[in-house]
Design a protein around this ligand. Sequence first.
Ligand SMILES: [Zn+2]
Length: 309
Amino acid sequence: MSSHFGLDKFNLLRHVSEVERGLACDCRCVVCQEPLVARQGDVREHHFAHASNREPCVSNHESLLHHYAKQLIEMAGYITVPMPEVVATHLGVDPAVPVMRLSRFSSIEAEVSLGPVRPDLLVTTAEGVTFAIEVAYSSFCDLVKIGEFRAQGLPVLEIDLSRFTPEQFDADDVQHAVLNAIDKKSWLWPNREAELPEPVSIIPMSPDCAVEPPPKIRKPPEVILISGRMVELRLLDWGDLAIRTVSFDPDVVGIVKGVAKSFNGRYNPKFKNWIVPKWAIELAKAELHKRANDLEIVVRQKPPVDHPQ
Ligand SMILES: [Zn+2]
Protein backbone atom coordinates (compact mmCIF):
# COMPACT_ATOMS: atom_id res chain seq x y z
CA MET A 1 0.00 0.00 0.00
CA SER A 2 1.15 3.52 -0.57
CA SER A 3 1.32 5.86 2.35
CA HIS A 4 -0.57 9.09 2.78
CA PHE A 5 1.46 10.26 5.73
CA GLY A 6 5.09 11.22 6.23
CA LEU A 7 7.13 12.77 9.00
CA ASP A 8 8.48 16.25 8.35
CA LYS A 9 11.75 17.72 9.63
CA PHE A 10 10.02 18.70 12.89
CA ASN A 11 8.89 15.10 13.33
CA LEU A 12 5.30 16.12 12.69
CA LEU A 13 2.97 13.82 10.85
CA ARG A 14 1.95 15.39 7.56
CA HIS A 15 -0.64 14.28 5.06
CA VAL A 16 0.52 14.21 1.45
CA SER A 17 -1.93 17.01 0.65
CA GLU A 18 -0.19 19.33 3.11
CA VAL A 19 3.32 19.21 1.67
CA GLU A 20 5.15 20.38 -1.40
CA ARG A 21 5.48 18.14 -4.40
CA GLY A 22 8.36 15.72 -4.92
CA LEU A 23 11.47 15.70 -2.76
CA ALA A 24 10.67 19.27 -1.71
CA CYS A 25 8.18 17.72 0.75
CA ASP A 26 11.18 17.16 2.99
CA CYS A 27 9.54 14.18 4.66
CA ARG A 28 10.65 10.78 5.92
CA CYS A 29 8.84 7.46 5.94
CA VAL A 30 6.95 6.90 9.20
CA VAL A 31 8.15 3.28 9.27
CA CYS A 32 11.72 3.16 7.93
CA GLN A 33 12.68 6.86 8.12
CA GLU A 34 13.89 6.86 4.50
CA PRO A 35 13.39 10.11 2.54
CA LEU A 36 10.06 10.35 0.74
CA VAL A 37 8.83 12.00 -2.41
CA ALA A 38 5.30 13.38 -2.54
CA ARG A 39 3.63 12.13 -5.72
CA GLN A 40 0.90 14.59 -6.58
CA GLY A 41 0.24 13.79 -10.21
CA ASP A 42 -3.04 13.98 -12.09
CA VAL A 43 -3.53 10.28 -12.73
CA ARG A 44 -3.00 8.32 -9.53
CA GLU A 45 -4.21 9.49 -6.14
CA HIS A 46 -1.65 11.51 -4.25
CA HIS A 47 0.70 9.51 -2.06
CA PHE A 48 4.17 9.34 -0.64
CA ALA A 49 6.78 6.99 -2.08
CA HIS A 50 10.29 6.17 -0.95
CA ALA A 51 12.76 8.40 -2.78
CA SER A 52 14.77 5.23 -3.45
CA ASN A 53 11.78 3.80 -5.35
CA ARG A 54 11.79 0.86 -2.94
CA GLU A 55 8.46 -0.86 -2.27
CA PRO A 56 6.30 1.16 0.14
CA CYS A 57 6.41 0.21 3.84
CA VAL A 58 3.20 -1.09 5.34
CA SER A 59 1.57 1.40 7.69
CA ASN A 60 -1.77 1.43 9.46
CA HIS A 61 -4.12 4.28 8.53
CA GLU A 62 -6.03 4.03 11.80
CA SER A 63 -3.02 4.37 14.07
CA LEU A 64 -1.68 7.22 11.95
CA LEU A 65 -5.07 8.90 12.23
CA HIS A 66 -4.87 8.58 16.06
CA HIS A 67 -1.44 10.13 15.99
CA TYR A 68 -2.62 12.89 13.66
CA ALA A 69 -5.56 13.72 15.94
CA LYS A 70 -3.30 13.83 18.99
CA GLN A 71 -0.91 16.14 17.18
CA LEU A 72 -3.76 18.47 16.20
CA ILE A 73 -4.98 18.72 19.80
CA GLU A 74 -1.47 19.21 21.14
CA MET A 75 -0.62 21.91 18.67
CA ALA A 76 -3.93 23.76 19.01
CA GLY A 77 -3.97 23.36 22.79
CA TYR A 78 -7.72 23.01 22.91
CA ILE A 79 -10.65 20.86 21.92
CA THR A 80 -14.26 21.93 21.66
CA VAL A 81 -16.63 19.37 23.12
CA PRO A 82 -20.32 19.00 23.77
CA MET A 83 -20.87 19.41 27.48
CA PRO A 84 -24.01 17.71 28.70
CA GLU A 85 -24.85 18.52 32.29
CA VAL A 86 -24.01 15.04 33.51
CA VAL A 87 -20.47 15.35 32.16
CA ALA A 88 -20.04 18.93 33.40
CA THR A 89 -21.00 17.84 36.90
CA HIS A 90 -18.51 15.02 36.77
CA LEU A 91 -15.69 17.17 35.45
CA GLY A 92 -16.47 19.98 37.88
CA VAL A 93 -17.07 22.59 35.16
CA ASP A 94 -19.97 24.98 34.62
CA PRO A 95 -23.01 22.80 33.84
CA ALA A 96 -24.81 25.70 32.15
CA VAL A 97 -22.53 25.75 29.08
CA PRO A 98 -23.67 23.14 26.52
CA VAL A 99 -20.57 23.41 24.31
CA MET A 100 -17.22 24.03 25.88
CA ARG A 101 -13.69 24.63 24.72
CA LEU A 102 -11.38 22.62 26.98
CA SER A 103 -7.88 24.04 26.92
CA ARG A 104 -4.73 24.70 28.96
CA PHE A 105 -3.64 21.09 28.88
CA SER A 106 -0.92 20.03 31.25
CA SER A 107 -0.50 16.71 29.45
CA ILE A 108 -1.73 14.71 26.50
CA GLU A 109 -0.55 11.13 26.49
CA ALA A 110 -1.22 8.43 23.95
CA GLU A 111 -2.05 4.83 24.80
CA VAL A 112 -1.37 4.96 28.53
CA SER A 113 -2.43 1.78 30.31
CA LEU A 114 -4.78 2.53 33.19
CA GLY A 115 -5.65 -0.81 34.65
CA PRO A 116 -7.68 -2.62 32.02
CA VAL A 117 -8.19 0.41 29.76
CA ARG A 118 -5.77 1.99 27.38
CA PRO A 119 -7.36 5.12 25.96
CA ASP A 120 -6.10 6.49 22.64
CA LEU A 121 -5.45 9.79 24.40
CA LEU A 122 -5.44 10.79 28.04
CA VAL A 123 -5.82 14.54 28.50
CA THR A 124 -5.31 16.49 31.70
CA THR A 125 -6.06 20.19 31.93
CA ALA A 126 -4.17 22.65 34.13
CA GLU A 127 -7.19 22.56 36.43
CA GLY A 128 -6.60 18.86 36.96
CA VAL A 129 -9.55 17.67 34.88
CA THR A 130 -8.60 14.36 33.28
CA PHE A 131 -10.55 12.68 30.51
CA ALA A 132 -9.94 10.11 27.83
CA ILE A 133 -10.41 10.48 24.10
CA GLU A 134 -11.13 7.53 21.86
CA VAL A 135 -10.58 8.13 18.18
CA ALA A 136 -13.00 5.88 16.34
CA TYR A 137 -12.19 4.80 12.83
CA SER A 138 -12.85 1.16 12.10
CA SER A 139 -13.82 0.08 15.60
CA PHE A 140 -15.92 1.79 18.22
CA CYS A 141 -15.90 1.39 21.99
CA ASP A 142 -18.11 -1.49 23.07
CA LEU A 143 -20.11 -1.66 26.29
CA VAL A 144 -17.42 -3.69 28.04
CA LYS A 145 -14.82 -1.04 27.39
CA ILE A 146 -17.21 1.77 28.35
CA GLY A 147 -17.88 -0.15 31.57
CA GLU A 148 -14.17 -0.20 32.29
CA PHE A 149 -13.91 3.56 31.85
CA ARG A 150 -16.89 3.91 34.12
CA ALA A 151 -15.34 1.63 36.73
CA GLN A 152 -12.31 3.90 36.76
CA GLY A 153 -14.42 7.05 36.93
CA LEU A 154 -12.65 8.29 33.82
CA PRO A 155 -14.85 10.33 31.48
CA VAL A 156 -14.40 9.26 27.87
CA LEU A 157 -15.09 11.24 24.73
CA GLU A 158 -15.36 9.50 21.38
CA ILE A 159 -14.50 11.30 18.16
CA ASP A 160 -15.84 9.55 15.10
CA LEU A 161 -13.32 9.95 12.28
CA SER A 162 -14.54 6.94 10.34
CA ARG A 163 -15.36 9.04 7.30
CA PHE A 164 -11.72 10.04 6.85
CA THR A 165 -10.55 7.02 4.88
CA PRO A 166 -7.23 7.29 3.02
CA GLU A 167 -9.22 8.27 -0.09
CA GLN A 168 -11.49 10.76 1.70
CA PHE A 169 -8.88 12.47 3.83
CA ASP A 170 -9.01 16.26 3.81
CA ALA A 171 -6.60 17.86 6.26
CA ASP A 172 -8.79 20.93 6.90
CA ASP A 173 -11.89 18.82 7.42
CA VAL A 174 -10.05 16.53 9.83
CA GLN A 175 -8.75 19.52 11.76
CA HIS A 176 -12.24 20.97 12.00
CA ALA A 177 -13.70 17.61 13.07
CA VAL A 178 -11.09 17.07 15.78
CA LEU A 179 -10.83 20.57 17.20
CA ASN A 180 -13.99 22.55 16.56
CA ALA A 181 -16.94 20.48 15.43
CA ILE A 182 -19.10 18.65 17.93
CA ASP A 183 -21.39 16.68 15.63
CA LYS A 184 -19.16 13.60 15.64
CA LYS A 185 -18.17 13.79 19.29
CA SER A 186 -20.00 12.05 22.05
CA TRP A 187 -19.33 11.25 25.69
CA LEU A 188 -19.50 7.50 26.10
CA TRP A 189 -19.34 7.90 29.85
CA PRO A 190 -20.81 9.56 31.75
CA ASN A 191 -23.96 9.92 29.73
CA ARG A 192 -27.67 10.21 30.33
CA GLU A 193 -28.34 6.55 29.77
CA ALA A 194 -25.77 5.25 32.18
CA GLU A 195 -26.32 5.33 35.88
CA LEU A 196 -24.19 7.94 37.49
CA PRO A 197 -23.70 7.42 41.20
CA GLU A 198 -20.97 10.01 41.75
CA PRO A 199 -22.54 13.46 41.65
CA VAL A 200 -25.71 12.29 43.33
CA SER A 201 -23.85 10.62 46.16
CA ILE A 202 -21.71 13.60 47.01
CA ILE A 203 -24.63 15.97 47.42
CA PRO A 204 -25.57 15.96 51.11
CA MET A 205 -29.05 14.73 51.67
CA SER A 206 -31.48 17.48 52.52
CA PRO A 207 -33.30 17.15 55.87
CA ASP A 208 -36.58 17.63 53.96
CA CYS A 209 -35.97 14.54 51.94
CA ALA A 210 -38.85 12.16 52.54
CA VAL A 211 -36.89 9.01 51.76
CA GLU A 212 -35.13 7.79 54.82
CA PRO A 213 -31.52 7.00 54.01
CA PRO A 214 -30.26 3.67 55.26
CA PRO A 215 -27.94 4.17 58.19
CA LYS A 216 -24.40 3.91 56.94
CA ILE A 217 -21.42 3.06 59.01
CA ARG A 218 -18.64 5.02 57.48
CA LYS A 219 -15.02 4.42 58.12
CA PRO A 220 -13.57 7.51 59.72
CA PRO A 221 -11.38 9.42 57.36
CA GLU A 222 -7.70 8.80 57.56
CA VAL A 223 -5.62 11.82 58.33
CA ILE A 224 -2.11 12.46 57.18
CA LEU A 225 -0.16 15.34 58.58
CA ILE A 226 2.13 17.00 56.09
CA SER A 227 4.20 19.78 57.58
CA GLY A 228 1.75 19.77 60.46
CA ARG A 229 -1.14 20.42 58.08
CA MET A 230 -4.08 18.05 58.06
CA VAL A 231 -4.87 16.17 54.88
CA GLU A 232 -8.04 14.11 55.07
CA LEU A 233 -8.48 10.91 53.06
CA ARG A 234 -12.05 9.74 52.82
CA LEU A 235 -13.15 6.57 51.05
CA LEU A 236 -16.29 7.39 49.04
CA ASP A 237 -19.27 5.10 48.74
CA TRP A 238 -18.48 4.17 45.15
CA GLY A 239 -14.87 3.29 45.90
CA ASP A 240 -12.94 6.41 44.91
CA LEU A 241 -10.87 8.35 47.40
CA ALA A 242 -11.46 12.00 48.27
CA ILE A 243 -8.36 13.88 49.38
CA ARG A 244 -8.84 17.25 51.01
CA THR A 245 -6.40 19.66 52.55
CA VAL A 246 -8.16 20.63 55.76
CA SER A 247 -5.83 23.35 56.93
CA PHE A 248 -4.82 25.62 54.11
CA ASP A 249 -1.17 25.79 53.21
CA PRO A 250 -0.03 26.46 49.64
CA ASP A 251 2.83 23.96 49.87
CA VAL A 252 0.61 21.18 51.16
CA VAL A 253 -2.09 22.05 48.62
CA GLY A 254 0.63 21.75 45.97
CA ILE A 255 1.77 18.35 47.25
CA VAL A 256 -1.79 17.01 47.32
CA LYS A 257 -2.50 18.37 43.85
CA GLY A 258 0.72 16.87 42.46
CA VAL A 259 0.07 13.45 43.96
CA ALA A 260 -3.62 13.42 42.99
CA LYS A 261 -2.88 14.48 39.41
CA SER A 262 -0.15 11.91 38.99
CA PHE A 263 -2.79 9.25 39.68
CA ASN A 264 -5.45 10.74 37.42
CA GLY A 265 -7.21 12.52 40.23
CA ARG A 266 -9.71 15.18 39.29
CA TYR A 267 -10.51 18.27 41.30
CA ASN A 268 -14.00 18.82 42.56
CA PRO A 269 -14.28 22.59 43.11
CA LYS A 270 -17.61 22.17 44.88
CA PHE A 271 -16.07 20.22 47.74
CA LYS A 272 -12.54 21.52 47.23
CA ASN A 273 -11.19 18.01 47.15
CA TRP A 274 -9.36 15.74 44.77
CA ILE A 275 -11.02 12.52 43.73
CA VAL A 276 -8.60 9.72 43.01
CA PRO A 277 -10.01 6.72 41.11
CA LYS A 278 -10.20 3.50 43.09
CA TRP A 279 -7.52 1.70 41.10
CA ALA A 280 -4.97 4.28 42.26
CA ILE A 281 -5.97 4.64 45.92
CA GLU A 282 -3.20 2.56 47.45
CA LEU A 283 -0.58 4.14 45.19
CA ALA A 284 -1.77 7.67 45.99
CA LYS A 285 -1.91 6.93 49.73
CA ALA A 286 1.58 5.45 49.67
CA GLU A 287 2.88 8.50 47.86
CA LEU A 288 1.24 10.88 50.34
CA HIS A 289 2.65 8.91 53.27
CA LYS A 290 6.03 9.02 51.62
CA ARG A 291 5.82 12.79 51.19
CA ALA A 292 4.72 13.13 54.81
CA ASN A 293 7.57 10.92 56.01
CA ASP A 294 10.03 12.77 53.85
CA LEU A 295 9.06 15.85 55.80
CA GLU A 296 9.50 13.89 59.06
CA ILE A 297 5.94 14.34 60.05
CA VAL A 298 3.85 12.02 62.16
CA VAL A 299 1.09 10.03 60.52
CA ARG A 300 -1.84 9.19 62.71
CA GLN A 301 -5.37 7.91 62.52
CA LYS A 302 -8.23 10.20 63.46
CA PRO A 303 -10.49 8.93 66.28
CA PRO A 304 -13.69 7.33 64.95
CA VAL A 305 -16.24 10.08 65.44
CA ASP A 306 -19.30 11.02 63.38
CA HIS A 307 -18.44 12.53 60.05
CA PRO A 308 -21.49 13.60 58.10
CA GLN A 309 -20.59 13.53 54.40
ZN1 LIG B 1 9.59 3.18 4.54
